[in-house]
Write a protein of this length. Structure first.
Length: 527
């Protein structure tokens, strides 16, 4: 495949994905929970998915939802969907069953694919209401999941059923498909409320061409250490770390979620020269007092997705003598747009502590005054605007406070919208506040972020209860507690949005002039 790719014979994303299933069947592909699966195992599951979609008459070009857990079955299904010419709607798995059901109703896919544990009663109801096909996975076996009593499990596809819907696409249709096909992600909300965001197959393949061209030939798993994957495939970071690894035939060690112990074990076992970490992981390594010799192979560590305290960066670099190369990007930009490269770090990185680097090729940056809208001079703090060539030539306004210094290095100073970064997850306080006031006992709520040693920030909530909610409470106590509000909130927001601390107050502190909630005073209740 490497030779074919270099000659330009495989230039479309669907073609590159289809080539994966021709990799040597007996070669190790993915390690998950200490068990290895081969490329042949992935191809077998892909055949099952193709046959089930064909049996449900889900046509190529249709939108198919994928509840995107980090699991080998989900990765195999994703590659199958791409190779078969389907649009893919990514659905975040770590939310309430009602949240998943609402995402299905909003996206209106022709089919949904998910692990068996994700098929809740709410999700099945949405499947029936939307008249969509449903395919589930038990470990590494696909089955039709349309009936609430799961009787459709008898429809599991055997090895002999290998009909692939993509085989039905004529050459003429295939030539027309890639520009129309998309992968729908959920934005982090950098430019506003999180929303679905579509990236075309053409855009994705342009961005991974360089990575694939530089990769070793598929099937030669002993030439490189595996790729360690832990970002959810349903977000931009996960998409662009997962696809290049799979399409190049590189071995993968897959984690369902990031944890520092598995990350350290990977580094000790495979001795990579470069690694990646979420910013919160930097502090975790320091807290765990990981031995310097355990990280001795690393020459650099990449980090992004959330801010990193410059003091934490300095402490880490001084202790381990490993540079941290920061990057900045967003789903709305189609991925990263600014990066601290090894060359930049070698030249000036130690003097630019905290900088995310300089813009990538074709990217434009400017900082504007939030009130007048005028572009500010170097060194002045304001709102960052970006032109990302992946998206177009228009300026995209962020809600990030930033400074561009005289040398063109970008520094992210914080958020203008009060957003909270909990590890790599962004939380808009308004989202949690709006969910809280839906509770019949809650009169008002304010959510702010406070510093956290490991995660950078965590959300906390100050809550005002309605008078009636206090009736029957013991003296000095509230009838409604945080243990009652938490499950209510989990049904309406993502798990990462649940406050870590709560305060029940008579009234929210407000500013004297505007009578807006005084966030500093709310924060003081906890700090």
């Amino acid at each position: 495949m490497q030779e074919q790719f270099s000659k330009g014979n495989l230039t479309r994303l669907d073609q590159l994905a289809a080539a994966v299933f021709d990799f040597p069947a007996d070669v190790a592909a993915i390690e998950f929970e200490h068990d290895w699966l081969t490329w042949g195992d992935l191809a077998q599951l892909a055949d099952q998915v193709g046959a089930l979609l064909a049996a449900s008459e889900v046509a190529a070009g249709s939108k198919v939802a994928l509840v995107s857990r980090n699991h080998p079955a989900i990765l195999a299904a994703f590659i199958k969907l791409v190779s078969g010419g389907f649009c893919v709607q990514m659905i975040y798995p770590f939310q309430s069953p009602q949240g998943i059901a609402e995402a299905l109703k909003a996206g209106k896919p022709a089919a949904v694919l998910a692990m068996s544990e994700d098929f809740s009663s709410e999700m099945r109801e949405a499947v029936v209401q939307q008249d969509m096909a449903a395919i589930g996975f038990d470990a590494f076996t696909a089955y039709a999941e349309n009936a609430p009593d799961k009787s459709a499990r008898d429809n599991s596809v055997g090895d002999e059923q290998t009909h692939d819907l993509s085989d039905d696409i004529s050459d003429k249709q295939a030539d027309q498909l890639p520009g129309q096909l998309t992968i729908d992600l959920l934005t982090s909300g950098t430019t506003g409320k999180p929303k679905p965001f579509s990236i075309s197959f053409d855009s994705v393949v342009r961005d991974i061409n360089a990575a694939l061209a530089a990769a070793p030939s598929p099937g030669h798993s002993d030439q490189r250490e595996p790729a360690l994957l832990y970002f959810p495939i349903g977000n931009i970071s996960g998409l662009y770390s997962t696809l290049p690894a799979i399409l190049s035939g590189r071995r993968i060690v897959l984690l369902e979620r990031f944890n520092i112990h598995d990350w350290r074990d990977f580094v000790v076992k495979y001795r990579p020269v470069a690694g990646g970490l979420p910013p919160a992981g930097i502090q975790m390594l320091l807290d765990e007092e990981v031995a310097k010799e355990d990280l001795a192979s690393l020459r650099m560590i990449g980090a992004g997705a959330a801010p990193l305290d410059p003091e934490v960066q300095k402490t880490f670099q001084d202790k381990y003598n490993i540079p941290i190369l920061l990057a900045y990007g967003a789903t709305e930009f189609g991925g990263p747009v600014v990066r601290m490269t090894p060359d930049l770090y070698q030249a000036e990185g130690k003097q630019k502590l905290g900088s995310v680097g300089k813009p990538m090729a074709g990217v434009k940056l400017r900082v504007i005054d939030p009130n007048r809208g005028e572009e500010l001079k170097a060194g002045q703090e304001g709102i960052l605007e970006v032109v990302s060539p992946r998206i177009g030539e228009h300026w995209i306004r962020t809600t990030d406070l930033a400074v561009i210094d005289d040398d063109g290095y970008l520094f992210i100073r914080g958020r203008a919208d009060g957003a909270i970064f909990r590890g790599g997850f962004k939380i808009l306080p308004e989202t949690v506040e709006q969910a809280l006031v839906q509770h019949p006992a809650v009169s008002a709520a304010a959510v702010v972020g406070i510093k956290d040693h490991r995660l950078g920030q965590v959300p906390v909530a100050a809550v005002v209860l309605k008078e009636g909610a206090k009736e029957g409470a013991k003296e000095g106590a509230c009838a409604v507690t945080e243990e009652q509000l938490k499950p209510f909130l989990r049904e309406r927001v993502l798990a990462t949005h649940i406050p870590t601390q709560w305060r029940f107050v008579k009234a929210l502190p407000r500013t004297e002039l505007s009578y807006k909630v005084n966030q500093s005073a709310v924060r003081a209740l906890f700090e």
